[in-house]
Design a protein around this ligand. Structure first.
Ligand SMILES: C[S@@+](CC[C@H](N)C(=O)[O-])C[C@H]1O[C@@H](n2cnc3c(N)ncnc32)[C@H](O)[C@@H]1O
Length: 190
């Protein structure tokens, strides 16, 4: 299958599809962090290039519910971000998965088909991740972990907040796709 991983700099999902014999390419405004087929530029340039499947990770900066206190100050950015999501969901590609955290996509476009967690795919961490799917089945968890006896996951403080301290690479560390989820996508959707 010809597969496009849109808005991916990490190469995680791309390489999982390539490892299973697919013709996969990632695309991001940023360079790819791992050598491999990558289009560095605007994904809108290549959406019409005959892909069979697209997995898209559009930016959540102006959409995530965790940033709700800033919503009033960024209505234009939010409208643009929603238009970008609509464009990706309506791309001329037979099978589409679009991934984002809990966000206003649910109230402004449509509810997600599924919400997954890294701890369902072998990573002892918590991060609710929504999937909007077109012609693809929901992902089946591959390795469900028990919550640690401490009562919180490895990436959380005891009160349930994310442990990563503010810094210039925080968004990157938080947005890279978990390997177990990338493998499940390639196994189950490839
Ligand atoms: C939340 S991050 C997704 C990271 C992804 N999960 C990964 O593992 O690489 C969103 C990405 O979308 C990229 N992006 C934003 N607008 C884009 C566009 N028009 N075309 C391609 N990539 C874009 C950003 O550069 C950013 O790396």
């Amino acid at each position: 299958m010809k597969v496009l991983i849109a808005c991916e700099y990490s190469g995680a999902v791309r390489d999982a599809f390539i490892a299973r014999g697919h013709d996969a390419i990632s695309c991001d405004l940023l360079p790819t962090e791992r050598p491999g087929p990558h289009y560095q530029g605007d994904v809108r340039d290549i959406l019409d290039d005959g892909f069979d499947l697209m997995v898209a990770h559009p930016p959540c900066t102006h959409l995530a519910v965790s940033g709700a206190r800033w919503f009033k100050e960024k209505l234009n950015e939010q409208a643009e971000a929603l238009d970008f999501v609509r464009l990706l969901l309506n791309a001329p590609i037979e099978r589409i998965a679009l991934e984002n955290p809990v966000s206003i996509i649910s109230s402004r476009i449509r509810k997600p088909n599924q919400i997954i967690q890294p701890w369902q795919f072998g990573h002892p961490e918590s991060k609710a991740t929504c999937l909007w799917l077109k012609n693809l089945p929901p992902l089946t968890p591959t390795h469900i972990l028990d919550k640690p006896v401490s009562g919180y996951w490895q990436n959380q403080t005891p009160s349930g907040q994310n442990k990563l301290s503010p810094g210039k690479d925080r968004w990157k560390l938080r947005s890279a796709t978990y390997q177990g989820i990338a493998e499940a996508m390639a196994d189950q959707w490839g």
